[in-house]
Design a protein around this ligand. Structure first.
Ligand code: E4P
Length: 217
């Protein structure tokens, strides 16, 4: 399962690149707003930092405006993936861009029916928002399971990109279901490394080692 970072903060991305775990980046208008920076500068900088796909989202809601924005965004880096909302116009643009060989990430997916339409429109990625479904008392992972089954039934190449992930269990559940990608806030990626028994065990090893008075180097 690939790991994308869900952030528009270049410092956060730079800090995590040495881990070798960053396979791509997703942004959205809220994350760009949080960064406080210009979208074009930010996307271009992220594209130069990361080899994998970098999702940049259009903000127009009708087709011609989306198309113009997609053209501008796609020129910011060879690895830009155009993110479009799960709307009729969004999927029309998805088909247009896919036919030109431009990768599209269809975002704000909350149903298996929407995911099937996005795949038929040639999306490279579908982004089901698991955390926002959980917030409503539903189980977002049921949606991931349904989409994985449907895509497998018809051998769609669209990758299931688990979005709106909030905690390490989402990471594990996504992997158990065979999702292709998960996008994680940097803080959640950092949490994946941690376990209290690892900390406790390491402290005990270091204490015992100190008592030996030895040094390896
Ligand atoms: C990523 O592509 C999504 O925009 C993001 O994961 C949404 O996360 P949120 O529901 O925590 O805002």
């Amino acid at each position: 399962m690939k790991i994308f970072l869900d952030t528009a903060n270049c410092d956060e991305i730079k800090a995590l690149l040495p881990t070798g775990m960053v396979d791509g980046v997703t942004t959205n208008p809220s994350l760009i707003a949080k960064s406080g920076r210009d979208i074009k500068q930010t996307i271009a900088e992220i594209c130069a930092l990361v080899d994998g796909p970098v999702s940049a989202e259009v903000t127009a809601i009708e087709l011609s405006g989306m198309r113009e924005e997609a053209k501008v965004l796609s020129e910011l880096g060879k690895n830009v993936t155009i993110k479009v909302p799960m709307t009729t116009d969004g999927l029309i643009l998805c088909r247009e861009l896919s036919d030109k060989g431009i990768m599209v990430n269809v975002t704000l997916c909350f149903s298996a029916a929407q995911a099937l339409l996005a795949a038929k429109a040639g999306a490279a990625f579908i982004s089901p928002f698991v955390g926002r479904l959980d917030d409503l008392g539903a189980d977002g992972m049921n949606l991931i399971a349904d989409i994985c089954t449907i895509y497998s039934n018809y051998e769609f190449s669209t990758e299931v990109l688990v979005a709106s992930a909030r905690h390490p269990q989402h990471f594990v559940d996504a992997a158990l279901l065979g999702a292709d990608v998960i996008t994680l806030p940097p803080v959640t990626l950092a949490q994946l490394y941690k376990h209290p028994l690892t900390d406790k065990g390491l402290a005990a090893f270091l204490s015992d080692w100190e008592n030996t008075g030895q040094s390896i180097t």
